[in-house]
Design a protein around this ligand. Sequence first.
Ligand code: NI
Length: 188
Amino acid sequence: MAVLPIRITGDSVLHSVAEEVTDFGDSLHTLVDDMFETMREAPGVGLAAPQVGVPLRLFVYNWTDDEGTLWRGVAANPELWISPPRTGEADEDEDSEGCLSLPGERFPVIRSERAILRAVGLDRRPFEIVADGWLARIFQHEFDHLNGVLYVDRLEAGYDKAVAKAIKKQGWGVPGISWLPGEDHLED
Ligand code: NI
């Protein structure tokens, strides 16, 4: 297994719609193994294929809920149904999200409380997960990646300047920038 470089915002693969997975052969298995390793090393609770430069509709996730249940898996060609998001303002404590493609940054974004994920696994078998709370948030975040949407694209007006400032300060927002978990150390 290998740790893969993670693309940073500004790279076109992160801002494009990914393609359906059609080849479930060995190379896909290797990619998924590497994505799990990369997510573990980062560390993160979800990672989408475009983040490692592969424009496919696939993501992995690994998250333990408050009851100690581990939610870990791979979703290929997912569909996602979501409950209507709540209205009001995003909460800095409850709604703050991060993304490995904007490492070290966090901003609050309102998500739907409940989501139903339907996808296929590496064995091409369909599965369904009814998720709420943070797991539903993870699925919405990762699903967005497959449509070229980053969570910062969903922030309320008023955060634009803070995001633009962070991106400029880090020298991001241009193609070809990535970081390698385990090697690159993030600055605060
Ligand atoms: Ni992300």
